[in-house]
Ligand binder design. Structure first.
Ligand code: ADP
Ligand code: MG
Length: 308
């Protein structure tokens, strides 16, 4: 038995040309392993291919080539088992306005063949904070409530893997926090979580492992900690009392004058200490009015990797 929740090999998707658009290679041969039990982030700019990948996992989009294994089941060989192992909260809301939250969850459970006696409608409504809306019409729900209902629908068949496609795009902070609390709880109970986002802070905050996808290709796959460690560059910003040029610097430190007259020194925190830089500044006779540091974050890694 494999240890991975998801295994993709040589996954390709070409959307056929239409009268209006040319054929599009949305995925260009993706190999990816997603470990069981993790919170995994699929990160990439708009149009990178994230939803295409997720929709292939969900069985909503047909792959052009390659293999997809979900919880050890090949999608082509064991479609029923591979589908049962995964629940998807889609990017585009697809709620029927005539169903109540209770009804939606019931219909969804029916679609997945969950017997009435094993349905967890009440429990899920509690989890997503819609217990008091069980019988309200979906069209009367706020945007945030609809999102939560989508999460609930993804959970009706108790999947081992939960996939959330841009779950927080355009949602307010309260809902975002609630979603993350839900997700962390589910993960603590053993559920593997995969989320796509183009918000870097979100991936940094939530995910154990990250794959960065760009133009249909996975360009990086690493733990969040390693990714952040790859860029240990720090910037020390000094506001001089009187305007001053950047002093001569040894190898490994670069300096720059900013528009406001501040001197910004960028260095590797593993190789150089802030003290070294402060000594250079003092030796150059520059007196310091103010000082601050800037750390690199995933944004820098991301920009570095996706610039092309
Ligand atoms: P992401 O979710 O990362 O923003 P998508 O997977 O939605 O990216 O899109 C990847 C590329 O495939 C984009 O260029 C997009 O325009 C194209 N694409 C997505 N869905 C379709 C479709 N149904 N038909 C044709 N092209 C599509
Ligand atoms: Mg998308």
């Amino acid at each position: 038995m494999t240890e991975n929740a998801i295994e993709l090999r040589g996954l390709r998707k070409t959307y056929a040309a239409t009268a209006r658009s040319e054929a599009k290679d949305a995925l260009k041969g993706v190999d990816l392993d997603i470990p069981r039990g993790s919170i995994f982030g699929l990160l990439g700019p708009n149009g990178a291919g994230k939803s295409t990948l997720i929709n292939i996992l969900a069985g909503l989009v047909n792959k052009t080539e390659g293999s997809v294994k979900i919880w050890g089941f090949d999608q082509d060989v064991n479609p029923r088992q591979s589908r049962a192992a995964i629940g998807i909260m889609p990017q585009e809301p697809n709620l029927d306005p005539f169903f109540t939250p209770g009804g939606s969850l019931d219909v969804q459970a029916g679609l997945y063949g969950v017997p009435k006696s094993q349905r967890r409608t009440k429990e899920i409504l509690d989890l997503i904070g819609l217990a008091d809306k069980e019988h309200a019409y979906a069209r009367s729900l706020s945007g945030g409530m609809r999102r939560r209902l989508l999460l609930g629908k993804a959970l009706v068949h108790s999947p081992q893997i939960l996939v959330l496609d841009e779950p927080t795009a355009g949602v307010d902070i309260a809902l975002r926090n609630q979603l993350w609390d839900n997700v962390r709880d589910l993960n603590a109970q053993g559920m593997t979580i995969i989320l796509t986002t183009h918000y870097l802070e979100e991936a940094e905050e939530m995910c154990d492992d990250i794959a960065i996808i760009n133009h249909g290709e996975v360009i990086v796959r690493d733990s969040t900690a390693n990714l952040l460690g790859r860029l240990d560059s720090k910037t020390l910003v000094v506001q001089p009392t009187q305007s001053a040029p950047v002093p001569a610097l040894p190898d490994g430190i670069t300096g720059q004058t900013r528009d406001d007259g501040a001197l910004a020194f960028t260095y590797s925190s593993a190789k150089t200490s802030a003290d070294t830089i402060l000594n250079i500044i003092r030796d150059a006779g520059i007196s310091i009015r103010d000082i601050s540091t800037e750390q690199s974050d995933l944004e820098d890694v991301f920009l570095e990797l996706t610039k092309s």
